[in-house]
Design a protein around this ligand. Structure first.
Ligand code: GLA
Length: 741
């Protein structure tokens, strides 16, 4: 047969198959086929459509469409080869294992009868009002198994943020096994995709790096259990059609609210489309789901910015302060902490002195760190005592009550450090309850920081952890603040409590933590708490429903902090990020260290004796300035103007919501000899207003070298012409107050 005849026979076959498909489709079209579900913010549309086959597909995710007709006209079918010759394959909104998609699914299920496939069909959907936005719930159901998934989306119009999660349940006769359980699935059809990820380690948090995503999968995940974000954080950025830029270009910014193992999968498929699959990491977690048990995934929160990551961050900052962060619209306490100053080496008199120092410095609170507890095994260092949350009598004979009294005498508030999910084997708790600890029954134990993790899946352990806070607050209602630490990953994973459900421990452990945090928040809604995990290894929006702020890093070297804070600020408002002035990197000035910490929730962890008179006066003034500028720094808009990743300098600006008050922080990190100094153009001001620019945070006795000091300019000028705030001296800083006239 010659090749032309072959071709014509083939075409005839194709045509007859296509028309048969069309007839079949017409005959069996799903009653809801063509239904459109539009999840919209003021700027973004996520459009889903019920296909002819009754399954739910994403037809669009991008800038908001102006015409409803356009939204309705989008096709659900995508083609597996770009010329359409292979087969139709939609972007299923929540793709499942065993279907015709062939790429990474959101959900992997083995049904009670062993069948590993799931096909979800649209049932119904509804919209309900939600705080700050609109919630859309979409029910899906398998046609062969009593197996249901409900997709939830909350769209926050003004902040241009969408929050999404899923619920999985069934009524099969026996449990089903879930092998993956993503929160959501998003697709993009662009020419290129660039991932910015945030890798981490102790003292090296939120390090940003970018790469182009090519065919195949890139996975970012963590398997640490607790202290879960030690090596990478639960957020990412994707630049569409180019690397992420600060002020231009389309960027997806996503973050998962989960304080345990998470996984982000980014897969570019055979036709160059990208799918993004955020969720709990199913690592060592095959989940046996019983009939009628609801598996609720964590929330995935995302924004699509069309003006770069700067706008995306501002979207998220606003959303967080309004709808997510604990006491997001409240003020924050400045503080003096003692960890870097005394470590474990203190007594009642030393602490009473430090409280006076806190007052003298001008902060609101003294925060007592690690080392105050344990009697049979006193907490002299990190080898013993965790679990025994009773004051060490020898060290602090008057107990917490005496400390609270000293704080009252000094006229500051009193806060205290705890690490209640952990235990040292050298503790009375471990002696009494070895079965409360995650530990292998038949293998050698691996210790991280000489400690083990309590089994939070055990309700008795949850009660005990709740009691740690409850007892302190019941006995000492004036305790004003907690720093809640978590220094160990889960090692030796095994639950003595839930022996038959080892595959669920990583998940049930995190749920147990939330149970406790919920109870604490319900009973003590107004007590602020700092989330800490050996630095910044816990930094997610689910935990932050219960915490007013998190500790970004034990690394308080101001040079490093410029980068670390730059990284975290992509996703968190300054209000959620605690930063302290310490003696890390003493080669830098106290001014430089304080200016860097002033960009976040300001605190100190330094002995006043280390400061000379000028430095002390400087700090006192800087605290007063910070309090005055709180409406801009804590509650305003942040503009990252000059990136330390792209230059030898850095500059960050904050402007209050009324555009009347702002502050510019400018840093000279490692300028080259006679390099060209960039003039810094401000953002976010009112072009028609006049602003005075004044250098503040000056060391006593020094004169400002700011060329435009005390001058008045229009907002237009400041945003188009800019200010000369950089210089050549390494590791120096300049802080400029911008005040409307
Ligand atoms: C962790 C925290 C520190 C400090 C110590 C105390 O490392 O990150 O800030 O509280 O624990 O042991």
């Amino acid at each position: 047969m010659n090749s032309n005849i072959q071709k014509s026979i083939f075409m005839k076959r194709v045509l007859s198959i296509l028309s048969a498909t069309a007839i079949a489709t017409a005959a069996f079209a799903h009653p809801e086929a063509g239904k459109i579900i539009r999840i919209s913010t003021d700027n973004t549309d996520l459009i889903l459509k019920v296909g002819d086959n009754g399954r739910l597909y994403q037809t669009y995710l991008g800038p908001k469409l102006l015409n409803a007709d356009d939204a309705a006209g989008l096709d659900w079918a995508q083609y597996a080869a770009s010329d359409g010759s292979v087969s139709k394959r939609g972007w299923e909104a929540y793709s499942t294992s065993g279907n015709e998609d062939f790429f990474e699914p959101a959900l992997g299920v083995t049904h009670a009868d062993g069948n590993p496939t799931t096909y979800l069909y649209y049932v119904d959907s509804c919209e309900t009002p939600a705080e700050g936005g609109v919630q859309t719930n979409i029910r899906l159901r398998d046609d062969k198994y009593p197996f249901d998934v409900t997709l939830h989306y909350v769209a926050y119009p003004k902040e241009n943020v969408i929050k999404t999660w899923s619920e999985i349940k069934h009524q099969e006769k026996k449990p089903v096994t879930l092998s993956s359980f993503a929160s959501a699935m998003l697709y993009f059809n662009e020419m290129s995709y660039y991932l910015t990820e945030f890798s981490s380690d102790w003292a090296k948090e939120a390090q940003m790096s970018s790469q182009q995503l090519q065919f195949g999968k890139k996975v970012i995940d963590t398997k640490l259990g607790s202290r879960a974000a030690m090596h990478t954080h639960p957020f990412f950025e994707i630049g569409l059609n180019g690397p992420v830029k600060e002020n231009s270009g389309e960027v997806l910014m996503g973050t998962l609210g989960w304080t345990g193992n998470f996984r982000f999968t980014f897969e570019v498929d055979n036709v160059g489309n990208l799918r993004v699959i955020p969720g709990i990491n199913p690592y060592a977690s095959n989940y046996e789901l019983k009939a009628d048990e609801v598996f609720t995934t964590p929330e995935f929160i995302f924004t699509l910015s069309y003006d770069g990551s700067g706008q995306g961050s501002r979207n998220l900052h606003d959303w967080a302060r309004k709808y997510s962060l604990k006491d997001g619209d409240g003020s924050r306490l400045t503080l003096l902490n003692n960890w870097e100053n005394t470590a474990f080496d203190f007594d009642q008199d030393i602490l009473a002195e430090l409280m006076k120092e806190a007052k003298h410095l001008g902060v609101d609170m003294f925060l007592l760190d690690d080392g105050w507890f344990g009697n049979k095994y006193p907490r002299k260092d990190d080898h013993a005592g965790l679990g025994d949350w009773e004051v060490t009598h020898d060290k602090l004979p008057g107990g917490i009550a005496a400390l609270v009294k000293s704080a009252n005498d000094a006229d500051v508030k009193f806060g205290i450090w705890i690490e209640p999910e952990m235990v040292n084997p050298k503790s009375e708790l471990y002696e009494k309850h070895p079965d409360w600890v995650i530990e292998q029954p038949n293998r050698d134990t691996y210790y991280y920081r000489n400690q083990l993790v309590l089994d939070m899946s055990n309700p008795k352990v949850q009660d005990y952890v709740f009691d740690v806070v409850d007892n302190i607050l019941t006995e000492n209602p004036e305790v004003a603040y907690f720093k809640w630490d978590c220094n160990s990953p889960i090692t030796n994973i095994y639950s003595p409590y839930n022996k038959d459900k080892q595959g669920q421990l990583y998940i049930d452990h995190v749920r147990g933590i939330y149970n406790v945090l919920k109870r604490i928040k319900a009973k003590y809604p107004d007590v602020p708490m700092m989330l800490c995990s050996g630095g910044g290894a816990r930094c997610d929006y689910e935990a932050l429903k219960y915490f007013t702020e998190f500790w970004c890093s034990d690394n308080t070297d101001p040079v490093e902090r410029v980068y670390i804070q730059w990284g975290f600020s992509q996703f968190f408002p300054a209000k959620a990020m605690a930063a302290h002035v310490t003696s890390w990197n003493k080669n830098t000035s106290v001014k430089f260290r304080t200016d860097v910490a002033s960009m976040c929730k300001l605190g100190f962890d330094i002995g006043l004796k280390e400061l000379n008179a000028d430095e002390l006066a400087y700090c006192q003034q800087a605290i007063a300035n910070w309090k005055h500028l709180e409406p801009a720094i804590m509650d305003g808009e942040q503009y990252r103007l000059v990136s330390p990743y792209e230059s030898n300098h850095a500059a960050v600006e904050y402007v209050d919501k009324s555009k009347n008050m702002g502050v510019l922080f400018a840093y000279n990190l490692s300028p080259r000899y006679k390099e060209k100094l960039q003039r810094v153009k401000l953002q976010g001001l009112d072009p028609s207003k006049k602003y005075r620019v004044t250098e503040i945070n000056l060391m006593p006795g020094t004169k400002s070298k700011f060329a435009q000091n005390n001058k008045i300019f229009s907002g237009d000028y400041l945003m188009k012409v800019g200010l000369d705030v950089f210089s050549f001296a390494h590791n120096t800083s300049m802080v400029i107050e911008i005040s409307a006239q």
